[in-house]
Structures are given as C-alpha cells and as structure tokens.
Design a protein around this ligand. Structure first.
Ligand code: PMM
Length: 283
C-alpha cells in the first residue's frame, strides 16, 4: 500500500506536491522548548492565528509536556487547557487542528471541541481506547515511536538496530490501529526523534528515513529545537536552534518525511522549499 496523500473533511494534503508543516502550540507551563509562553488562553489563541497566517498546514495543540521528567497532568486539567483554545481556533482558521495527547478522554474532548487529527506519542500503547476514538471520528491518527516512558526514556536507551526496531514497532502500531477500526489511509507514522534515543540514534533515523517510508504510510518528523541540535551546536538553548531546526526539517523532507512538526513556520517553509526543489530535480 502506498498513500502519498491524506484527504479528509475539507482538506487534502498531497505529499507529492510538497512536504507539509505542522506547527507546535503547547499550552503548558513546562514544555522544554516553549513552556509557559502560551499558557494563557488568549495568548495561545493569538499564537495559533499567527502560526496559521505564517503558512502552517496543521496546528498541533498540546496540554501536557512530555519532556523527560515533566510533571504528569490529569485529564481534567489537560482538557481545561486545550479545549477552549481548540474551540476558539477551529472555526476561524482554515487549517485542521491536531490534538497532541495519549489519553483517549482528552482526544475525545478535543474532537468534540473541533480538533480533526489525533497525535499520539505513545502510538496507542498508553491508552488503547484512543484508537477507537480516532476510528469513530474518522480522523488522521499519528502514531509515534517511543522507547519506554517519557519520565525515563532518556536513561541510556539501547537498540540492537534502531532503524529495524523503530520500523517494526511502527508497523505493529499501525496494525493495531487498523484492527481497532482506523482506516489505513488515515494513519501517519513518526520515528519519535528524541523519545528514548541517543544523539546517534536520532541522526541515524533522520539519515535512514527511507526504511520507514517503505512501510507505505506518510511519515512525520519532529526534530524542531530538540536536544540533539543543541548538542551539534555546542550547547545552544532551545530558542537558539531555529536555523538548525530548519536544516533538520529540510534533510528529513529530502529523505522522505511528509510532515514536519516545527515551531518556526516561516523559516521551515523556506528550508522545505529548497529541499523539495532539489528532490524533484533528483527524481
Ligand atoms: N515531539 C514533542 C511532542 N509531541 N509529537 C509527534 N508526533 N512527534 C514529535 O516528535 C513530538 C510530538 C516534543 O516536543 P515539544 O515539547 O516541542 O512539543
């Protein structure tokens, strides 16, 4: 099966035409890259508008930070953070809104508020009911690889063959989602950059992305502002990693990523335009 396209509701993402941009909107006090900045509801909504205006194809709204060691948030609090922002943006931006959660109840509340994509960093492992929520709503479902749990995932992760392990994990996650009623053409896979991976694992996965595109589903990559970029730059903090993030997005897109999850939409857009132009010439 090869799906080079996501089409649902009033949207068509044709990945043969160009890579697409998912813009990050975290409504958390403690995300590693933008924690606290958009914690206020009005500010979050304003930032959502500006990301859409900058050219984002999707807004990914999250109410719980998943950085190593972050505080867990209960469902009611997570819904309280994200639902009003989704409701305020859903009818007023033309692009779809994604809910970044691994909890079925939060995904359901977000769908009720107007979200039309579910982004699950646990690939349905933490709360399998989320697969039924995606099937029922018939929305795209992003399944991400993570080794272990967010709290402990960076404690010396080991793989015999990181590419094969991530590929097999994602193939199994897709099969489980399909068994729960999610249509294959709604599934997107993500290697989970920074989630239970060493510096080298992240680089290998970006380099060898073709092993994942071979599974036949669209591929999403989220490298923006992540620690491995800070490491390459010699310790630059998250906000100083924007040019490096754009370079990582361009390389991932060149190697087959269809959706790039990023903070800086404009800069990514330019980097992706170059990647796509070179790739087309090469094809
Ligand atoms: N990274 C973060 C959060 N959610 N979702 C997907 N699908 N892929 C990712 O790589 C990913 C994610 C952590 O980054 P943030 O704190 O900047 O949101």
């Amino acid at each position: 099966m090869t799906t080079r396209c996501l089409a649902w509701d009033r949207w068509t993402f044709d990945f043969d035409q160009r890579p697409h941009i998912m813009a990050v909107l975290n409504i958390t006090p403690d995300s590693f890259s933008d924690g606290g900045e958009h914690f206020d509801e009005n500010e979050a909504v304003a930032h959502g508008f500006s990301l859409a205006l900058a050219g984002a194809d999707v807004l990914d709204i999250g109410g719980e930070s998943t950085r190593p060691g972050a505080q867990e948030v209960n469902e009611a609090e997570e819904i309280r953070r994200v639902a009003p922002v989704i409701r305020a943006l859903a009818d007023r931006v033309r692009i779809p809104i994604s809910i970044d959660t691994y909890k079925a109840s939060v995904a359901k509340a977000a769908i009720d508020a107007g979200a039309r994509i579910i982004n699950d960093i646990s690939a349905g492992r933490f709360d399998p009911d989320i697969l039924g929520v995606a099937a029922e709503a018939d929305v795209p479902l992003i399944l991400m690889h993570m080794k272990g749990q967010p709290r402990t995932m960076q404690q010396n992760p080991e793989y015999a063959d990181v590419v094969a392990e991530v590929r097999d994990f994602l193939a199994e996650a897709a099969a489980r989602a399909e068994a729960a009623g999610v249509r294959p053409e709604k599934i997107v896979l993500d290697p989970g950059i920074g989630f239970g991976k060493t510096f080298d694992h992240n680089l290998i996965l970006i380099n060898r992305l073709r092993a994942l595109t071979a599974l036949g589903y669209p591929i999403l990559v989220g490298a923006s502002r992540k620690a491995f970029l800070g490491h390459i730059l010699g310790g630059t903090p998250p906000k100083g990693r924007e040019t490096a993030s754009a370079a990582a997005a361009a390389l991932a897109a060149y190697n087959g990523a269809d959706i790039l999850r990023v903070h800086d939409v404009r800069r990514t857009w330019e980097a992706l335009a170059v990647a796509h132009a070179v790739k087309r010439e090469h094809a």
